[in-house]
Design a protein around this ligand. Structure first.
Ligand SMILES: [Zn+2]
Length: 84
């Protein structure tokens, strides 16, 4: 049996791998809406980013969500992060 791979994902801001618990997930839902996926279980194509000020800042500044989803993503999407 292959050894179980840890639940790590790459942060799109700094490109480091980290455990899911340290990351925030954004998903384009099947209806085409981009949302902050608190549960990390929503269906759809997702991207991951460190849930820290540095990477979130970078995400906003470089419009990385828009780049990854190939469409405009309003900053409001990131607001969900502040509620944690
Ligand atoms: Zn990061």
């Amino acid at each position: 049996m292959a050894s179980y791979k840890k639940n790590t994902r790459m942060c799109i801001a700094c490109r480091q791998h980290a455990d899911k618990s340290e990351l925030a997930r954004f998903v384009r839902t099947p209806v085409g809406e981009i949302v902050f996926d608190k549960s990390q279980k929503l269906e759809g194509r997702g991207v991951w980013v460190h849930n820290n000020a540095e990477c979130i800042q970078k995400l906003k500044k470089k419009r990385l969500l828009a780049a990854h989803f190939h469409e405009n993503v309003p900053d409001e999407v990131l607001r969900g992060l502040d509620e944690r």
